[in-house]
Design a protein around this ligand. Sequence first.
Ligand code: BES
Ligand code: MN
Ligand code: ZN
Length: 510
Amino acid sequence: MKITLSFSTPSELETESLVAVALDHADKTSNGKEPAASNKIEKPQLKLASGDAAVQSVAADLLGSGEVTGRPFETNLLHKPVGLKAKRLLLISGGAAKKFTSYDLRRIAGAAVRTLKARGIRSFAFIAPPSIPAEEAVRAIVEGALVGNFDPDYYRSDRKDQKIDALTIVASGNSDKAALEKAANEALIIGESQNFTRDLVNEPANRMTPTILAERASKMCQEVGLKCEVYGADKIKELKMGAFWGVAQGSDEPPALIVMRYEPAGAPEKPVLGLVGKGITFDTGGISIKPADNMEKMKYDMAGGATMIGVMRAIALLKPKVKVIGIVCATENMPSGKAQKPGDVQIAMSGKSIEIINTDAEGRLVLADGLFYARQLGCTHLVDAATLTGAVVVALGYANAGVFANDDAIYERFHKANEEAGEKMWRLPLDDEYKDNIKSSIADIVNSGGRWGGAINAAMFLKEFAEDTPWIHLDIAGTAWTEEQKPWIAKGPSGIALRSLVEFVQSFAN
Ligand code: BES
Ligand code: MN
Ligand code: ZN
């Protein structure tokens, strides 16, 4: 999508469609506490978020008619709006003016894209709502628009391939133009990287084997100037990654250990950030096989790895002065005559022995070696992302990803980045009490701590391998895949966590 900034008067803009956000200015509370006059619900007072009188006036009758509720994502399209040079005016409701933030704006921009592209429109101009600081608004609109432009129906013969090619953002004439250009360019890099990740996650397992994932990663690295090494089974065994190999040994598809390095000139020796992703290109459960229902979804079990590959792409293009190493442990988890069995003991690269209770708890095995390897490569701070547990979905549903940290300072830094990126995540505990759940009678630890607190048990397991290195663990099992389409996003891979991670990495360079 081509992004252009415009500082002209919206009504003067020639475009396929002008888009304005309608906000409800009705004061729903009388004194900020009590509901207004209890038995009558106040009518919405809808106004467009634009300072242009011509735009306001062409929409005034419709907005005042009582036909428009003002509920978020409601759309109304006017053709040949009188007094505007635009061919159409799309009004899209953003809810209460008082509560409207860049988080909402991001979604509204996505919804505008999805509404217009479904009508075969290829370009439009979006009026940045003046109530949100201009840079923040530009970022949100660009990111939201790119997220909305993605559709997963690649293999449908009737794929319409409708997308928006060009977006103009109309900002106020007295903004700092250079700052807005920079914001727009950065947001474009981030949005495109998020869609790059979603493309990888979207591919079915027969078209996204560990080998193919590695090829896609190295191709990307070459394009953006990153170093990339891909190792196979020999190296995994040579490094004594017994936990990773324990999973990989059951598959006929060769595993891949993908190492991407971003080492910009002028970056200090430290910190070195290690981004470790779970890259299970298909999770059958192994010998502890999963039921058939919904097993097809386990093609997205490499979403954590794909996220890290997308983050490395964004970082390479944004060029913050901080060293970053991205590591993806990619393999299938298959049952076979060569597969590991419940009761087997594997020795991880760190030397810790692991009793395999459930071969379906494979993500933590590959990450154990990935995290330890990152520390060996000199990483001073670690983040992992993984579709790790069904239990995190039980705990947090689809709205929030689970965050874990072994250090409050790194958590605070991540949390700030997370809020700025407008993604929802919720911290879960890692108290010592949970350690009992992963005790083994034959080895140092078990790979499955049972059902209760399942997401925490998995995180406790990973913590054994992060040890005292500051570390964040993101369990994205519930958020990496959008179950139902929403006005702002298609059903399918979400690319969630990428924006927070990019923001987090950049925070080390500021
Ligand atoms: N990949 C799954 C977790 C998952 C479940 C991701 C649902 C997305 C949606 C993971 O490898 C797994 O199977 N975890 C087990 C762990 C258990 C055996 C301790 C789980 O959550 O049931
Ligand atoms: Mn599994
Ligand atoms: Zn898995």
